[in-house]
Design a protein around this ligand. Sequence first.
Ligand code: FAD
Length: 650
Amino acid sequence: MIDFFVLSAAGGFAMYWFFFRNKKQDQPTFKKLTVTPVVERGSSSGFINKMKNTNRNVVVFYGSQTGTAEEFATRLAKDATRYGMKGMVADPEECDMEDLSQLTEIENSLVIFCLATYGEGDPTDNAQEFYDYLQGGGTDLDGIKYAVFALGNKTYEHFNAMGKYVDSRLEELGATRLIEVGLGDDDSNIEEDFVSWREKFWPIVCEHFGVQATGDDSSIRQYSLQVNEDLPKEKIYHGEISRLGSFNVQKPPYDAKNPFLAPIIANRELHKGGDRSCMHIELDITGSKIRYESGDHVAVYPMNDPDIVERIGKRLETDLDTVITLTNVDEEASKKHPFPNPTSYRTALTHYLDIQSPPRTHILRELAEYAEDPKEKEFLMSMTSSDGKDKYNDWIVKDHRNILAILDDLKSLKPPMDHICEMLPRLQARYYSISSSPKIHPTSIHITAVLISYTTRTGRSVKGVATKWLADKPVTDGKTYTVPIFVRKSQFRLPFKPSTPVIMIGPGTGLAPFRGFLQERDYLKKEGKPVGETILYFGCRYKAQDFIYEEEINQYLKNGSLTKLHIAFSRDQKEKVYVQHLLNKNKEEIWRLLENGGHIYVCGDARNMAREVHDMLERSVIEQGNLDATKAAEYIKKLQSKGRYSCDVW
Ligand code: FAD
């Protein structure tokens, strides 16, 4: 994860250790996380020894790509304290998972897994090794007690595959499941799924281990605040992800912890009309040694809207330029700080914290402690249990209330800024399917992004964090704007042999990777290589407004690099037409290409389009291949496993 960094400057500066700077008399007192002093009992640094040395009996492993699984793991580890147990959070990538069997050496011990599923049923990057280990055999886990909460999205075919796999594999290896695997669905309300599962889980733990809730439900502060005065600028983080000063002195290789500051060299509107906006952005990677392939993703670290940051500072009456360090009171924790420190509140709110997403229930619970008005306190608390899920869904999720909106609407809330910084999750990088080919553009990476813009039921106007930030970076105002980026390799690849036919299905911004594919096939054709049939399905609302890259596509059609173009303009006529309708009409063509070894690619909307395209594909196989439903499903599975049917959907 991106949270590791060295706090090198801390020792030399004045330290102010307290939980409430500006503590007011009527402010609540939060319990400090008590940690047993470290008693050296072994030389090994393994997680079992760490647990023994710090008297912990609960370990919560997370497989996290966007931070949610890690956040849930942290909440469960904190929960343990409320039941007289002691928990710790651990990253499987940093642990020797073979040691799991030794958990039996710790009395009343329990292992919990919070595991997200990524992409096409894959483990997250940090859980890959653990997954390989389990697949390769694992070890005897007799006597181990475990629970799994899985995080996934129902719109994807392999819903929660990773969590389900680990849950059943642990049982096969002899471990004892305490509760049925929790299935979190990010497509509806994963917070609600987690809260409901957790409410069932802890009573089972209590019964199993004969422990009881301590009754102390007060929040636990994880980080202590230190205000740093007169720190020189070069000792303060200004948005760097890991290495201090990395934005001033850039050094390859570039990755998630060390992003490259790519200058924006083009930023133009692709829509020709209407009130929506789609940007074509070119990022210069000259001299960066960054390599990419058509089909890869580029990740962008965005900044929050300075206006929202300023308003939070005003509302909480805090000097945003105060330079702080937040340090984990648990000295044994692998995560020492919630984000790179020392830094100012302004930088934390701008670069490191997610201030725009609707907060989860544990944040509401902690905020409630700061409500001076008992009605507001009760209101917030009422949304934090599974009984209050409808209220939470309505007031927080459906109204899209972010932290600022909550503070604006509940006037008696007076949380200190350092606790806000502790509570909020990390701002995540946004991924984009690269819309260029390195064959044509070796020194630039192109992005095709729709500007997110909507009005909530409360009348608040909201813009997407990253897309608004990118939209505000024109190349025409004489300034050079840079964007912190890194490239993430994907499995979405053109066939090895250019002569293999391809069908690409990409409505809207789903066209992005196919623009790269088309550039590549066009280049190979011009080089004299035999390029197979290349068929594109594209869809948009109106031909005159949002047919993006129309001229380029027509050019490829003209010179034969694009063999066929099927377009669905959904709103140019009375009946709505989508790409899946066109696929339905062309079942014969699809079957012919599949039987000739063709590859099918789908990119764009995961919720409706990808699913309906999948159904349509299945129907083509049933009808044209004369197969029954089971055989057709097997046929499609085989295509997937051979890399001949790939999806890049979000
Ligand atoms: P955010 O601030 O993250 O806001 C987005 C959120 O706003 C949504 O999750 C939703 O909760 C809410 N929202 C959005 N619209 C509405 C609405 N009308 N009403 C109510 N709520 C709404 N995007 C592209 O444009 N092009 C790409 O090529 C592309 N490729 C991707 C590839 C991958 C692998 C992934 C994972 C995502 C890709 N995305 C792409 C999506 C992209 O990463 C961002 O999610 C997107 O740009 C929005 O980011 P943002 O920060 O501007 O919006």
